[in-house]
Design a protein around this ligand. Structure first.
Ligand code: ADP
Length: 337
């Protein structure tokens, strides 16, 4: 009975810790909401004005994009004499986001398929404070490109070559100890100068999953929802802490959507229905229109949090999806007009 009491005390303690954690999470959420409101008010205001020069080198041009949090500007690098991009974020937003993105971009500087970071700093436009990253300019993303194609899907002569590049970039990211956690077609961009190169962008949701010794960190229980509903793994829906396998599931869903033109849950809006459809579509059921992808799907679905994926094996499986007569020099779908 003594043991039982102890167990009860432990349970109570666990519950206290859990409640405290929940409270903390709620407080953080509220803070983000408030920041979001500030951001939305600022949304139609430029964080930096055209013609400004940052770091004495980058001349700001027009705004070219905006994500959930950021404003993206085109800029001109007076040193390299070429265009670049500046990602600006309102300073009241969670500062850790951009800090982590900078850490990742610095760790992966020079890697193929990762936009090169050129600088970073803080800016003040009137009374609006922001932080920014200067980086290599990239071109259109795979979501926009797909929607502009005649059948709204990529040909098999393009898809697997493009996705292999994304998979290679992802393996470099994982190798450096980080997860992406928001892999999707709109975060895969063609190069601005070389449109046969594909880049993985947006490291705003990354997480370090290896500790300094290269050991997988202990998974946390009941983590918040991260990423984009359509592409997230069932583990992410279940609020499990994520591993490299979950980025690979997002990679799988991205590949299926890009090749099929949609996912079985594309028109669903509730979590429950999306989860049910994801559960029902695994392996060959997910790959009915791309049977060549079945082995890839089965391999990825077989991985769990603690597995280190065999990237070489995956590269081979994706290469095997290419039509046998495909030449490397063949143009990609977006190069035909
Ligand atoms: P967020 O973290 O707010 O989602 P992203 O980094 O995803 O911001 O950027 C939002 C959009 O801006 C992208 O979908 C892309 O179209 C554009 N963009 C981002 N980075 C670049 C870049 N380096 N060059 C050109 N366009 C970019």
């Amino acid at each position: 009975s003594c043991e039982k009491k102890e167990e009860e005390v432990n349970k109570k303690e666990d519950k206290k810790v859990k409640d405290k954690k929940d409270e903390e999470r709620e407080r953080r959420k509220e803070k983000m909401k408030r920041a979001g409101a500030v951001y939305n008010q600022m949304n139609n205001k430029s964080l930096i004005s055209e013609g400004s020069t940052v770091l004495g080198r980058f001349e700001v041009d027009a705004i070219i994009g905006g994500g959930g949090f950021a404003q993206i500007y085109k800029a001109y690098d007076k040193v390299r004499k070429e265009d670049c991009a500046i990602k600006m974020e309102h300073a009241t937003l969670d500062i850790r986001r951009m800090k982590l993105e900078i850490t990742v971009l610095l760790a992966l500087r020079g890697c193929i398929g990762i936009p090169e970071i050129l600088g970073q700093g803080k800016w003040q436009n009137g009374d609006i404070k922001s932080q920014y990253i200067v980086m290599q300019l990239v071109g259109k993303n795979l979501s926009e490109i797909r929607k502009a194609l005649p059948h709204r899907r990529f040909s098999e002569r393009t898809l697997y070559r493009a996705m292999l590049q994304i998979l290679k970039a992802l393996s470099l990211l994982h190798g450096a100890g980080f997860l992406h956690r928001d892999l999707k077609p709109s975060n895969c961009c063609i190069g601005a100068t070389d449109c046969t190169r594909i880049y993985l962008i947006d490291y705003g949701l990354t997480r370090q999953y290896l500790d300094k010794g290269g050991i997988v960190r202990k998974p946390r229980a009941g983590v918040g929802l991260r990423g984009t509903i359509r592409y997230m793994s069932l583990d992410a829906h279940a609020r499990h802490d994520l591993g490299p396998n979950n980025d690979l599931v997002a990679f799988l869903y991205t590949t299926i959507e890009c090749g099929d033109g949609s996912l079985p849950w594309s028109n669903e809006s509730t979590h429950d229905n999306i989860i049910k459809l994801k559960q029902a579509h695994t392996g060959e059921k997910l790959c009915t229109k791309q049977p060549v992808m079945t082995k890839v799907a089965e391999y990825i679905e077989g991985l769990s949090y603690h597995n280190i994926p065999d990237y070489e094996k995956l590269f081979g499986l994706i290469e095997d999806c290419n039509p046998p007569d495909l030449k490397d020099s063949e143009p990609y779908d977006w190069q035909y007009r």
